[in-house]
Design a binder for this molecule. Structure first.
Ligand SMILES: Cc1ncc(COP(=O)(O)O)c(C=O)c1O
Length: 395
């Protein structure tokens, strides 16, 4: 949906405005920070809730040369939407046995291989497709999640080289992922880097000639320059959010939050003191007051854990969720103010118009900003602003 012409007046119950000019500016900021490396825009999970295809296009317009997804289905959807191999490389890394390997090979998607079962499946797919698969070997340098353990690496490298000699794969990359890059100075950062250097050196010594070696996510891109190698894989920073409050706020890195979530007040009414509010009556009006009904709830991704604590900007003032967040709605105590029904309640945005941020909601709910934006549900329309990259020239 594109409502650029009337972004703030269309009568929607709720909306997530996605500022694509901010996203493009964030891409340029990140490219400048990792100027020796290419940039992969990580657009998995529907671009952390922002909309995969519009965000991928905006990132490519601003100079991203790779797109990253978790699942192969997400990668194939990007190709199906017209992001061509000539325009941008696409890589995906979360495979299960029986996955769409052949479709990925045919769509020129780089696939990640962490173990021998995956190498066997990708070889079969390449044989069926009649062309080599682009394979990136993933090393577990310490995250302990996906990736090949150092002890199993020589066998994986040997078998991948054999498949390459048979013309079934091209080993395009060697890569890994950090565990604690968002905790500045954490000893695992240096340890993972050292292991990554060892494991890539081993593979290169055996004859692998990767186009790209990569390990940096957003926090490493922002704070660990020696981790940039040939490519940085940025997710959260593209969307203008800090990987963790410990590292700083977005503005400290020249980043601007991309999503603004708002809803139109569905009801404004007077209520007497002593009135219980929402399920469980966990909030009771302290005196005669006015109440505003905000028509979004946990079905829209508003975390129920922020009941009684989530902040909302209404009529220029911060209000707090009164009582429980329900499936479709919650209430704010307006303290006697009487904004018109239909007035905007802004849950979060960049913060520079006085509204709370996704980080404020993360703190209210006891989670991270990643989860706040990513979980905004499909019932909330995304409204794309500044889709035309030519606007940026006048910045
Ligand atoms: C393998 C991989 N690389 C990169 C990223 C991007 O991380 P971030 O959003 O912290 O930049 C993710 C996201 O979790 C990931 O799973």
């Amino acid at each position: 949906m594109n409502e650029t012409a009337h972004p703030r007046t269309a009568p929607l119950r709720a909306r997530a405005e996605i500022d694509l000019a901010a996203l493009r500016a964030n891409v340029r900021t990140l490219r400048a920070r990792a100027s020796g490396a290419a940039l992969m825009a990580v657009v998995k999970a529907d671009a952390y809730g922002h909309g995969a295809v519009p965000c991928a296009r905006a990132a490519v317009a601003a100079g991203a040369t790779w797109l990253g997804t978790a699942t192969p289905e997400e990668a194939l959807a990007l190709r199906a939407a017209g992001l061509t191999p000539e325009q941008v490389r696409v890589m995906c890394w979360l495979w299960s046995p029986g996955g769409p390997w052949r479709e990925a090979v045919e769509a020129d998607v780089d696939v990640s291989v962490s173990g021998l079962w995956a190498l066997a499946e990708v070889r079969e797919a390449a044989r069926a497709a009649g062309r080599p698969a682009r394979v990136q070997l993933k090393a577990d340098t310490g995250l302990g999640r996906n990736g090949c353990q150092p002890a199993d690496w020589p066998e994986l490298v040997a078998q991948a080289l054999r498949a390459q000699a048979e013309g079934l794969v091209r080993i395009t990359g060697l890569w890994s992922h950090f565990a604690c890059a968002d905790e500045p100075g954490h000893p695992s950062i240096a340890a993972q880097l050292a292991r990554f250097r060892e494991m890539t050196a081993y593979a290169e010594g055996e004859g692998v000639r990767p186009e790209v070696r990569h390990i940096a996510n957003s926090p490493a891109t922002l704070t660990v320059p020696e981790s940039h190698f040939d490519l940085v894989r940025t997710g959260i920073a593209l969307y203008g959010l800090s990987p963790s409050p410990e590292l700083g706020v977005p503005a400290d890195f020249g980043l601007r939050p991309v999503m603004t979530l708002s809803a139109s007040l569905a009801l404004v009414k007077h209520a007497p003191g002593g009135h219980g509010i929402s399920y469980g009556h966990h909030y009771v009006t302290p005196g005669e007051t006015t109440l505003g009904l905000v028509p979004v709830g946990y079905a829209d991704g508003i975390p129920r854990h922020a009941s009684g604590s989530g902040p909302v900007l209404v009529g220029g003032k911060w209000r707090t969720v009164a009582g429980r967040i329900a499936m479709d709605q919650f209430v704010v105590d307006l303290g006697g103010d009487e904004p018109e029904v239909g007035s905007q309640a802004v849950l979060f945005g960049p913060g520079d118009r006085g509204e709370p941020t996704a980080e404020d909601w993360a703190q209210a709910a006891g989670t991270i900003a990643y989860e706040i934006v990513t979980r905004i549900g499909t019932r909330v329309p995304r409204v794309y602003l500044h889709e035309d990259a030519r606007e940026d020239a006048s910045d």
